[in-house]
Structure formats: C-alpha cells, structure tokens
Ligand binder design. Structure first.
Ligand code: TYD
Length: 198
C-alpha cells in the first residue's frame, strides 16, 4: 500500500507518519517511511529551494513546477521501486499538499496544479490521512520548533485557515481515499484513530 499523511503546518502529521510506520513494521511489514518535499537526493536538494527564504522568493507558478520536479524524482527513485518490491510506502505529504498549498490558496491555479499532476505524476496514494487541527495550535508548534524551514509557516494564520478548509474539501470530494483524522489529544490518541480508520 501507498499511504500519505497530510495536514497544515504543525498538525503533527510527521509524528503520525512515523508512528504508523513503526506499528506496521512491528507487525512484520516492510515499510519505507519518506517525506515531501524530499524523499530522494534530488528532491531533498530541491526542498531547500522551496522551504528556505522569503515568502516572495518564487511565483506561484514556479513553485508548482519545483514541487512537481521534486515529486517526480521522489516517485522515480524512492516510491515506485519500493512499491514494485512489495513494500509499504508511508509518505509525510504528497500531491494533496500541492493541491491545497498551491491550488486552493490560489483558486485560479487549481486546474494548472491538477493538469501538471496528471501529466507528470499520475498516481494517488491508496489512503491519505489528513491530521486536522486548529491553525492556532499548529502555528504555535511551528514557532516553538524554530529553524530555517519556515517559508510557508510565515504566511500567517489566515493562510493556515485556508489550508485547513482546502484539506477538508479534498476529504469531502474523495471520501474513500482521503480521511480526516481529529488531531487533538496526545500523539498516541491520534495514532489509534489513524489505526482504527486504516
Ligand atoms: P513539511 O516538511 O511537511 O513541513 P512541516 O513538517 O512543517 O509541515 O513541508 C514543508 C513546507 O512545504 C510546508 O509548509 C508545506 C509546503 N508544501 C507545499 O506548499 N506544497 C507541497 O506540494 C508540499 C509537499 C509541501
């Protein structure tokens, strides 16, 4: 299976991706835990261009191309080889992040995002878990963590509210694949919700 985790900044999805990978490994599955942007050498190099620097470093269109370039490398070098070898892939973010961060926040680019996805990527995860939390809580966690990777977090609370609505809309549009998970409570509580849903 190919499983992705999604959510706004500071939602706790990275912790959940790791906890699910650990749980599946403990049951004997061969699991590849990976992330976007990144997950392969080339994509990690592109990641640095995307997550560091000022909010106006790239136009929205250039940003979409960079995310797709990173994703294509990740797909070719990491995801497809693992799936072909019969492994389970758990990815911290995938194409829904581009649909929401670059598409839903700029309504006029929704079709561009989808067209590029169909042209260059063309696959969806089998299941996607959106860890849903209050943007105020998510931003608080991001600030507490610090570091240089704050390009999207620095776009503010209104931006995070739009993202949350965008992820909820994806879950509504494709309820078989995309599941909203209540992200409140302890990491263990959220992990058991993910497990029950899976
Ligand atoms: P990520 O490493 O998941 O950050 P965090 O763990 O803080 O959530 O992602 C880095 C940033 O890149 C994050 O703010 C979301 C953004 N992003 C997009 O805008 N589009 C995309 O397609 C992806 C994969 C990420």
């Amino acid at each position: 299976m190919f499983i992705s985790f999604e959510g706004i900044d500071g939602s706790g999805k990275s912790t959940q991706a790791r906890l699910l990978a650990d749980a599946l490994r403990a049951e004997g599955h061969d699991v590849v835990l990976t992330r976007e942007p990144g997950g392969s050498d080339g994509a990690e190099a592109i990641r640095r261009l995307l997550v560091e620097g000022g909010t106006d470093r790239w136009s929205a269109e250039t940003e979409i191309l960079l995310f797709n370039a990173a994703r294509r490398d990740h797909l070719e070098r990491t995801i497809m080889p693992a799936l072909k070898a019969g492994k389970t892939v758990v990815s911290d973010r995938f194409a829904d992040s581009t649909r929401v961060y670059q598409g839903a926040t700029r309504g006029d680019l929704t079709e561009t995002v989808e067209a590029l996805h169909q042209l260059m990527i063309g696959i969806e995860p089998d299941r996607t878990f959106v860890i849903d939390i209050e943007p105020r809580i998510g931003l608080g966690r991001g600030v507490a963590r610090g570091g240089a990777e704050d390009r999207f977090e620095s776009m503010g609370l209104g931006f995070q509210e739009t993202l949350r609505t965008g992820f909820a809309a994806l879950a509504h549009a494709d309820p078989t694949r995309v599941r909203l998970i209540d992200g409140s409570g302890t990491a263990e509580e959220v992990a058991s919700r993910v497990r029950a849903t899976l």
